[in-house]
Design a protein around this ligand. Structure first.
Ligand code: GRF
Length: 300
């Protein structure tokens, strides 16, 4: 009965209504004794080994036509349609590329509705680049450096990605700053994964084991990966998804890194799936949120 009444709060003509007024009570748990005319949301959390999301199911939403999907798409129902166009992905790496591999495997098995069409790297001999060559994925070098004379300039990089008809760019352990030319060419279309719960332990200098050492030294009891959109600075773009893992009392940086990386592989695939399905929507205050594949009324 209550659920039915609440469903009437949703737009009947849109599967993805805009989400307004984030400053009002956001994480209120539904309580029948409360005044239901107030805006409210339900949420769920899970142990770190289970999928960890905070979702806005059953949330009372206002009906407006201001939803914008990532990649400049508008109109909220595309993400759930079958026949949606497969997306072309570029992945940027500097190292081993385990996230790149997990996303590539997800594309091959069909859990991501897209294809990795090009790999960009600043290190032509890195593990990610070797893996790409082995799979027949073209490798391009960026940025230009003394030891990489064939590398591209920012404008050539943009042109190359356009040439591959790239829709989205996934940074996966890419250690160079992304040039403003690329950010302007691909608005709301570049993601990065960082191995801490941003905004903590992020920014210039926080990469690799330095992040995990700093987390342990701080005494923080939880850490985990963050997937965020990319802007002109290190690790400051809008947060899209996070997962939480415990920091154990006797953890080494290596042990914590392995626990975080395990979740990175999961969350980056889930987010890439949402990106390719056009299930990312932008709340009115500019925060991107993900529509659940299973339940279109759930957002996280
Ligand atoms: C990951 O920890 C990621 O969070 C960070 O760089 C690392 C890349 O690892 N940005 P891999 O190359 O994907 O194994």
């Amino acid at each position: 009965m209550e659920a039915q009444r609440l469903l009437h709060g949703f737009c009947s003509n849109s599967a993805i209504p805009p989400i307004r007024n984030p400053k009002k009570p956001f994480f209120m748990i539904f309580n029948p004794s409360l005044d239901h005319s107030k805006r409210w949301a339900s949420f769920k959390t899970h142990h770190y080994d289970a999928p960890q999301t905070v979702s806005w199911s059953k949330r009372r939403l206002e009906c407006r036509n201001s939803v914008e999907n990532a990649g400049g798409f508008t109109g909220g129902e595309k993400g759930l349609e079958s026949g949606i166009r497969r997306k072309n992905l570029a992945v940027f790496v500097s190292g081993g590329g385990s996230n790149f591999r997990s996303i590539h495997e997800a594309c091959l098995r069909g859990s991501v509705h897209g294809d990795i069409v090009v790999l960009a790297t600043n290190k032509s001999g890195c593990g990610g680049a070797e893996y790409a060559r082995g799979k027949g994925i073209p490798v391009i070098l960026f940025p230009k450096a003394k030891d990489e004379p064939e590398a591209l300039s920012p404008n050539d990089l943009v042109a190359a990605l356009r040439g591959f008809e790239v829709d989205f760019i996934l940074l996966a352990g890419y250690l160079k700053l992304i040039p403003v030319e690329l950010i302007r060419a691909y608005p709301k279309s570049i993601l990065n994964i960082h191995p801490s719960l941003l905004p903590a332990f992020g920014g210039k200098g926080y990469y690799g084991m330095k992040v995990h050492k700093a987390v342990i030294a701080s005494g923080a009891r939880y850490s985990g990966p963050t997937v965020h959109f990319v802007d002109e600075h290190y690790d400051t773009g809008r947060i899209l998804a996070q997962r939480v893992v415990p920091v154990l009392a006797d953890d080494t940086a290596d042990e914590l890194a392995a626990r975080v990386l395990h979740q990175e592989h999961r969350v980056y695939v889930e987010v890439t799936s949402a990106l390719c399905d056009e299930r990312i929507v932008w709340r009115e205050d500019g925060v991107p949120i993900i529509q659940s594949k299973e339940n279109p009324n759930d957002y996280s």
